[in-house]
Design a protein around this ligand. Structure first.
Ligand code: NAI
Length: 364
């Protein structure tokens, strides 16, 4: 019999209000009955930080650990090394950077995620955030709730998306969906940077032009959106050196991972006007501490901040899909057939099964 451990965020009353909120602690991905009816053990918790956490205590004899990027149980080398029975790590969602993938590879642990489960959800959030920043929505809305009315104050930093150059770092499932949705806004140009180029047919369909370097991308773009995974070569990718190469007053949207951007450098760029605004939903660490500079950063006009908690990939529609996908992955493991959906595999049998986590990360 197998012990499954899941680290999930607390839902409280909200879990009762919306039973399809499968990704929270109370609703447990909807798999308790299914697991227990087969005699397996299922432990769920939201306690994940430090040596006294339930995660630390329960991982020692767990065979399967499930966690979500929204409330990531950081599966460090140290935790992997003391988890003697661990065979499968499942990300209920997309993005497995909270796992030390090198250590998982070394210990021959399979890492799988529910690829595609929330990519449309994120792409919609990206487009919304771009519009919120470019149109200066947040300060205008704040006027209304504060019982104010000052058209000029909000209008002086509000622009049209039409005619702008918009660029994505990463053109995988989310990047492509962002580009596809942006075509309707009639931008001047859509650019992308990725070491895995799109086919000429797809470039044509998405009206997108590939550039050869990040510098080339950021120096031309009015809006930059980050849609690549977090790995060794994207950690701190957007730092003060790269920000200095951006067009002055560009907008930056990051729903990929917080640690791709250097938090202090972003806050300084928003303050100085090098960036007109920054938005997204991903932070490091998560939950974000009270003193995280992205909570209260503002541009000189009092706007330029379109941050939310990590919600883009956890819409109710997405939760239904990633809960089902998590169940499918566990079911495949329990059958012992190893016939996972190939696109769900990040590492298996001591090798990377995807190139998304770095140009050099290839399958066997
Ligand atoms: P994907 O694997 O389909 O595409 C990722 C693309 O990024 C690949 O084409 C890869 O070649 C490219 N890439 C990797 N390193 C790069 C680099 N250094 N420069 C340029 N491109 C690079 O992944 P998908 O589904 O598009 O998701 C991307 C990321 O978005 C996830 O890894 C995750 O971190 C994040 N995400 C965030 C969510 C949220 O709720 N905020 C939900 C889902 C995903």
């Amino acid at each position: 019999m197998v012990k499954v451990l899941a680290v999930l965020y607390k839902g409280g009353q909200h879990a009762k209000d919306e039973p399809r909120m499968y990704g929270c602690l109370e609703n447990e991905l909807g798999i308790r009955e299914w697991l227990e009816s087969q005699g397996h053990t299922y432990v769920t918790t939201d306690s994940k930080e430090g040596p006294d956490s339930v995660l630390d205590r329960e991982i020692v004899d767990a065979e399967i650990v499930v966690t979500t990027p929204f409330h990531p149980g950081y599966i460090t080398r140290e935790r992997i090394e003391k988890a003697k029975n661990l065979k499968l790590l499942v990300t209920a969602g997309v993005g497995s950077d909270h796992i030390d993938l090198t250590a998982a590879n070394e210990q021959n642990i399979t890492v799988a995620e529910v690829t595609g489960s929330n990519v449309t959800s994120v792409a919609e959030h990206v487009v919304m955030t771009i519009l919120a920043l470019v149109r200066n929505f947040v300060p205008a809305h704040e006027q209304i709730v504060n019982n104010e009315w000052d058209v000029a104050a909000a209008a002086k930093n509000s622009f049209d998306l039409e005619g702008k150059v918009i660029a994505t770092i990463g053109s995988g499932r989310i990047g492509q969906r962002v580009l596809k949705r942006l075509v309707a806004f009639e931008p001047k140009e859509l650019l992308y940077y990725d070491y895995q180029p799109l086919s000429p047919e797809l470039e044509k369909e998405l009206h997108a032009r590939r550039v050869e370097s990040l510098e080339e991308l950021v120096s031309q773009a009015d809006v930059v959106t980050v849609n690549c995974p977090l790995h060794e070569s994207t950690h701190g990718l957007v730092n003060k050196d790269l920000l200095a190469k951006f067009k002055k007053g560009a907008w930056l949207v990051n729903t990929a991972r917080g640690a791709i951007c250097v938090k202090e450098d972003i806050a300084a760029a928003v303050k100085s006007g090098q960036l007109r605004g920054y938005g997204g939903d991903v932070w490091f660490p998560q939950p974000a501490p009270a003193n995280h500079p992205w909570r209260d950063m503002r541009n000189s006009y009092g706007g330029g901040n379109a941050m939310t908690p990590h919600i883009s990939g956890t819409s109710i529609d997405a939760q239904v899909r990633y809960a089902q996908g998590t169940k499918n992955i566990i079911e495949t493991y329990l059958k012992g057939t190893k016939d996972y959906r190939p696109q769900d595999l990040i590492v298996i049998d001591g090798h990377y099964a995807t190139r998304a986590y770095g140009a050099d990360k290839t399958t066997k």
